[in-house]
Design a protein around this ligand. Structure first.
Ligand code: G1P
Length: 290
């Protein structure tokens, strides 16, 4: 079976829900404790064996490209001052040369359109999609759990989790057919259904392994929910002809698309930090009056 080597990271969004922080800084570059949000997503994918990243960017997103590049003056200065620990942290952000591609989405036409912009670089092999608004703490990484399932089932695999019944209208929601352990065979999915029309409370987490044929479904697709070209609609069509499994992964997701979501993610990752975790926990306790 073809290995999942490439991942698409759509990063063209304006970050409207976290303005004004995102007025001049891409939201993916906002710090979640001591590193930009995007670093956690790349680390998750690398831990799952991803070798090539396709960033779908837009205007004012240059900081992302620069972050994954050499910072000559900075590195030279750290080296000259003998700050080898910090230098190691900084150089660790650099990927293997040639392992990142950047393609622009020129208009915000929806997630489906953003993914479609990566079609030439991805080709026809199965590939991963990671939405960088969502950070997932999991061991093995969320995408690694999905790849384990994909290696057995082939087809298409997406990550899902349960959400409160009154929040289903914020997510893509799956229509489950049958379940075996944490694996769910689906018969459909719908993007942001009304609360009383949702087929389940299992939401799409923002992690996907899809066959390259999804691009055929995206190519001719009309706008769906919210007037946007939706990935969920393309997958629902693809599902008529191909196997789709959902994995209720083991782990915890954090939605960095909102201000409180960022705060929650920041506290969670601070608490889990190798050296500073205890100090962070003490601060959190101080604020909660414990
Ligand atoms: C996107 C997807 C949705 C998914 C969600 C996860 O929606 O379209 O299916 O459940 O991400 O965060 P967005 O949050 O971009 O509106």
């Amino acid at each position: 079976m073809t290995r999942v080597r490439k991942a698409v990271l759509p990063v063209a969004g304006f970050g409207t829900r976290v303005l004004p922080a995102t007025k001049t800084i891409p939201k993916e570059m906002l710090p979640v404790f001591d590193r930009p949000a995007i670093q956690y997503v790349v680390d998750e994918a690398v831990a799952a064996g991803i070798e090539h990243f396709v960033f779908v960017t837009g205007r004012n997103k240059g900081a992302i490209e620069d972050y994954f590049d050499t910072a000559y003056e900075l590195e030279a200065s750290l080296e000259a001052k003998g700050k080898s620990d910090i230098l190691a942290e900084v150089t660790r952000t650099k990927p293997i040369p040639g392992s990142m591609s950047f393609v622009r989405q020129q208009a915000p036409l929806g997630l489906g359109h953003a993914i479609w912009c990566a079609r030439d670089i991805i080709g026809s092999d199965p590939f991963a999609i990671l939405l960088p608004d969502v950070l997932v703490q999991a061991e093995p990484s969320c995408l690694a759990q999905m790849i384990s399932v994909f290696d057995e089932t082939g087809g298409n695999v997406i990550a899902v989790e349960q959400v409160p019944a009154d929040e289903v209208n914020k997510y893509g929601i799956i229509d489950p057919e049958s379940r075996e352990g944490n694996r769910i065979r689906m018969r459909g999915m719908v993007e942001k259904p009304a609360v009383d029309a949702a087929p389940s409370n299992l939401s799409i987490t923002g992690r996907y392994i899809l066959q390259g044929s999804v691009f055929d479904y995206l190519a001719d697709q009309a706008a769906g929910a919210g007037g946007e070209i939706q990935l969920t609609d393309a997958m629902a069509r693809q599902m008529q002809n191909q196997d789709f499994h959902a994995v209720e992964y083991v782990g915890q997701s954090y939605d960095c698309g909102s201000k409180l979501g960022y705060l929650r993610a920041t506290m969670a990752y601070a608490r889990a930090h190798r050296e500073l975790g205890d100090g962070a926990q003490a601060l959190i306790n101080e604020f909660s009056g414990n």
